[in-house]
Design a protein around this ligand. Structure first.
Ligand SMILES: NC(=O)c1ccc[n+]([C@@H]2O[C@H](COP(=O)([O-])OP(=O)(O)OC[C@H]3O[C@@H](n4cnc5c(N)ncnc54)[C@H](O)[C@@H]3O)[C@@H](O)[C@H]2O)c1
Length: 360
C-alpha cells in the first residue's frame, strides 16, 4: 500500500473547508495525513474554528508553513489572483499541487506555473469539478460516442445568488468576475466534451448592482465562444440572482449536434421543496452532501468532493510507479487550465475593446 500522502491546504475559507474535509476523510482511511493549513489571518475566529474542527495548526504565513512542515503536496484555495505565486513556490520546492479554478487570471501566469511544475517534476491538477458530475460524464460520452454527431452549437448559463460576491468575499470580488469565478467551469466543460479549443470570442458585460454596493466588478457577462470546426457556444454568467432564489446557483448546459441534442440542468435534479423554515428550495445533491456511514461518522459525498479526492488517487498512482504522462487526459491539468484562462482573458479583452478576439 502507498504511504499516506502528507498534505497542507493554503486557504481555509468558504471552499477551503471542502479540501480540509476531503483530506481529513482520506486520513481516516489511511490515505492522507492532513498536516496543516494556512489562512491570511484576517479572521482569527474562523482560524480557531478550523483548528478545533480539524486538529491541525493553522498558519497565517504560507511560506512559513512550507518551511516548517514536511509535505508531499499542497492544495491552493486562496482568491483567484493569489494562486500563481503560491503554486510556483510549491512546485519549486518539489511539492505536487492541486489548485482551485482558475489556475491563474493571466495566460502568462498559467504558462509560468505549467513550466515550473514541469521543471520540478511536480504533478499539477486544477479543480474543474464539473467534469466529475455524473450527468456531465454522460454528456461527454454522448459527444464522443457519436450520439450527438458533430456538435454545432450550445448554450450555458451559470448564475450565483448575489450573496456570493456581496457577503461571501466582498473584499476580493472586485478582483475577479463572473467569467473568472463561474465561466471558467463551463469553458472547461465544453472544451472537454467536444475536444476542441476556442478560436474566437465576443463578449459583453454589465456593471450596475454590485458597483452600486461598492464592489467594482461585473454583475453579468455574456460570451459567445467559437471553437475549432465552427462549434459556437453562448455562455451567460452572472452573480446577482436575488436572495430569494431557491438555491445558491442556477446552472445548465445544452449541446446540439448533427445527430441529436443533450441538456443537463445542473441545478434542479428533480427535487423541489417548500418549507416555512427554508422557503422554496431545489437541491443539487449530486454536488455535495453529508451522509452518515454505518459507524455513525459524517462522510462527504458528491462530485464537488470527488474532484478533490481524485488528486489523492492520482498521487497514489504516481507513488505506485505510474508516470504523469500516463495520467495525461485523465484529469484536469495545467494545459487545460491555460486554455480556459485564455478564453476568460479573451472574454475580458472583448468586453474592453468591443471587438471579436481571435485566439487561434
Ligand atoms: N470549485 C468550486 O466550486 C469553487 C467554489 C468556490 C470557490 N472556488 C475557488 O476557491 C478559491 C477560494 O475561494 P473561497 O470562496 O474559498 O474564498 P474565501 O475568501 O472564502 O477564502 C479564501 C481563503 O484564502 C485565504 N487567504 C487569502 N490570502 C491569503 C494569503 N496571502 N495567504 C494565505 N491564505 C490566504 C483566506 O484567509 C481564506 O482562508 C478561489 O480561487 C475560488 O475561485 C472554487
Amino acid at each position: 500500500m502507498a504511504d499516506a500522502i502528507r498534505i497542507g491546504v493554503i486557504g481555509t475559507g468558504v471552499f477551503g473547508i471542502s479540501h480540509l474535509r476531503v483530506f481529513k476523510q482520506a486520513q481516516n482511511e489511511g490515505r492522507t495525513v492532513l498536516v496543516a493549513a494556512c489562512s491570511s489571518g484576517r479572521d482569527p475566529a474562523r482560524d480557531q474554528e478550523r483548528r478545533d474542527e480539524f486538529g491541525i495548526p493553522i498558519y497565517t504565513d504560507w511560506r512559513e508553513m512550507l518551511d516548517k512542515e514536511s509535505l508531499d503536496a499542497v492544495t491552493i484555495v486562496t482568491p483567484d489572483h493569489l494562486h500563481q505565486e503560491m503554486t510556483i513556490e510549491a512546485a519549486n520546492r518539489g511539492l505536487h499541487v492541486l489548485v482551485e479554478k482558475p489556475l491563474d487570471v493571466t495566460s502568462a501566469g498559467c504558462q509560468a506555473i505549467v513550466d515550473a511544475c514541469k521543471a520540478n517534476g511536480a504533478f499539477l491538477q486544477v479543480d474543474f469539478h464539473k467534469r466529475y458530475d455524473p450527468y456531465h460524464l454522460a454528456l461527454e460520452r454522448q459527444c464522443n460516442d457519436g450520439t450527438l454527431g458533430e456538435v454545432l452549437y450550445g448554450y450555458v448559463h451559470m448564475e450565483d445568488k448575489i450573496v456570493v460576491p456581496r457577503d461571501w468575499f466582498p473584499h476580493w470580488a472586485g478582483s475577479t468576475s463572473p467569467a473568472w469565478f463561474l465561466g471558467v467551469h463551463f469553458y472547461d466543460l465544453v472544451r472537454w466534451c467536444i475536444k476542441k479549443e476556442a478560436t474566437r470570442v465576443y463578449a459583453t458585460g454589465q456593471k450596475n448592482k454590485l458597483a452600486a454596493a461598492n464592489i467594482d466588478t461585473y454583475d453579468a457577462i455574456q460570451a459567445k465562444v467559437e471553437f475549432e470546426g465552427g462549434t459556437s457556444v453562448f455562455f451567460d454568467t452572472g452573480w446577482v440572482l436575488p436572495d430569494t432564489f431557491e438555491a445558491i446557483v442556477n446552472q445548465s448546459i445544452r449541446l446540439v449536434g448533427t445527430e441529436g441534442f443533450a441538456e443537463v440542468d445542473s441545478q434542479n435534479r428533480g427535487m423541489e421543496a417548500a418549507s416555512y423554515k427554508d422557503g422554496m428550495r431545489t437541491y443539487n445533491e449530486a454536488f455535495m452532501r453529508e451522509e452518515e456511514d454505518k459507524h455513525g461518522n459524517v462522510v462527504y459525498r458528491g462530485y464537488g468532493y470527488e474532484s478533490i479526492l481524485d488528486f489523492v488517487d492520482n498521487l497514489e498512482f504516481l507513488q505506485e510507479g505510474g508516470t504523469i504522462d500516463q495520467l495525461q487526459g485523465r484529469y484536469p491539468g495545467g494545459e487545460d487550465a491555460l486554455e480556459v484562462t485564455r478564453i476568460a482573458e479573451a472574454v475580458h479583452q472583448s468586453i474592453d475593446s468591443g471587438s471579436i478576439v481571435t485566439l487561434r
